[in-house]
Design a protein around this ligand. Sequence first.
Ligand code: NAG
Ligand code: NAG
Length: 144
Amino acid sequence: IHSFPFFTLTDQLYVHNLDKQCLRCLCYAATSCDITLGCTAGYCGPYKISRLYWIDAGRLVLPEDDPERAGAFEDCALNLGCAQRMVTTYLSKFGKDCNDDNVTDCNDYLKINFNGGYQCTPKLDRNEAGRNWTKRFDVCHQLL
Ligand SMILES: *[C@@H]1O[C@H](CO)[C@@H](O)[C@H](O)[C@H]1NC(C)=O
Ligand SMILES: *[C@@H]1O[C@H](CO)[C@@H](O)[C@H](O)[C@H]1NC(C)=O
């Protein structure tokens, strides 16, 4: 946790209940926010972002890059700031109450990032990967 990366909001997009701590803990849930990870099985970077997620978020790219360029998706997903803009944009579109507690907050954003925005309601404890995400998410909230 000592090397836990610090990052700041890089654009003006406001998403209800998506604060800095939530963005950090979504990153921590996915990979312990390991910014050295590449792509594995189609999921890239510290947030484990898929190409479809990138497309749904509007194909954001690094400054002056071109979304049509091969590698543009990967380069954005591997960059913490670019990935964070992607997550923020995605959640601005897909954010909703996924756990039926009548609020849309970071617990819902966790489910959306794990399950995808189209079908966010399945429980995270149904498989080991989901349990790991939840465990790290909880650890992150205890640490912050
Ligand atoms: C959420 O709102 C619905 C409709 O108002 C209500 O029936 C339900 O009990 C609420 N659930 C919780 C967890 O507050
Ligand atoms: C879950 O976490 C454990 C302990 O870190 C790890 O050994 C295991 O491979 C992880 N499983 C998945 C599916 O991510």
